[in-house]
Unconditional design. Structure first.
Length: 230
């Protein structure tokens, strides 16, 4: 398996007490962000209960979505590295909280999605279902339908050593036969965050990313071995 994965998605979700979406405040925030490296190219406030700032670069999108009780800062089909996204989050999060009048983020989540290219398998469905899960010949007789994607799902609870509830999905990647899709979402409900210190957001983003490189990769690597010809 290729040791360098391809990160395709970052998202940090910041949840606070419900607050009305005020057009004037969001327009000012859009302008203020335009003076920083966390700028967006467009603004959409056509819906009463949702607004968004966004930039489009080919398939890649940068999104800042506003709902009454949360904001989501998203890079979809990401074309920027984690370091750039982290810096955007560092700049934008305090400005968002102040503009929205949110004294605290009471819950936040971090989602990272990436793909790993396989070395010894051409089909990630065979790699995961037949090889890793030992389900060869045990699926189709029952479901009798072709499989578009298949994989594994884990939920790891919060412990005294590990903050946050971690949700892990490992699937065959529907956009490329020989790539494995990995999604890690960590939900943090015990760390209230104020606008004067958003470092926990950045730290938890880094830890979620590291879980893929330090935990998921070696887990998958143990199965990506040469296929026996016997």
């Amino acid at each position: 398996m290729q040791s360098e994965d391809r990160v395709i998605h970052f998202c940090v979700e910041m949840i606070h007490r419900p607050l009305a979406l005020k057009r004037q405040e969001l327009q000012k925030l859009y302008y203020d962000l335009s003076q920083t490296r966390a700028a967006y190219d467009n603004i959409d406030m056509n819906e009463a209960v949702q607004a968004k700032f966004y930039s489009q670069r080919g398939k890649a999108q940068s999104l800042l979505v506003f709902l009454p009780d949360r904001e989501l800062m998203v890079e979809e089909w990401a074309d920027i590295p984690l370091s750039t996204y982290t810096e955007k989050l560092r700049l934008a999060a305090p400005m968002i909280m102040k503009a929205r009048g949110a004294s605290q983020i009471v819950v936040h989540s971090v989602t990272v999605r990436s793909t790993f290219a396989l070395t010894h398998y051409e089909d990630a469905r065979v790699f995961l279902l037949d090889n890793a899960c030992q389900l060869a010949g045990r699926v189709n007789p029952f479901f009798q339908r072709p499989i578009a994607t298949g994989g594994l799902r884990f939920v790891f609870p919060e412990t005294s050593e590990h903050a946050g509830v971690l949700h892990l999905n490992i699937e065959s990647f529907r956009h490329s036969n020989n790539e494995v899709f990995v999604e890690v979402k960590t939900v943090f409900g015990r760390q209230a965050i104020g606008a004067d210190n958003v470092e926990p957001l950045l730290t938890n983003l880094q830890h979620t990313r590291q879980f893929i490189t330090e935990r998921v990769y070696p887990f998958l690597q143990q199965f990506d071995t040469p296929v026996s010809s016997l």
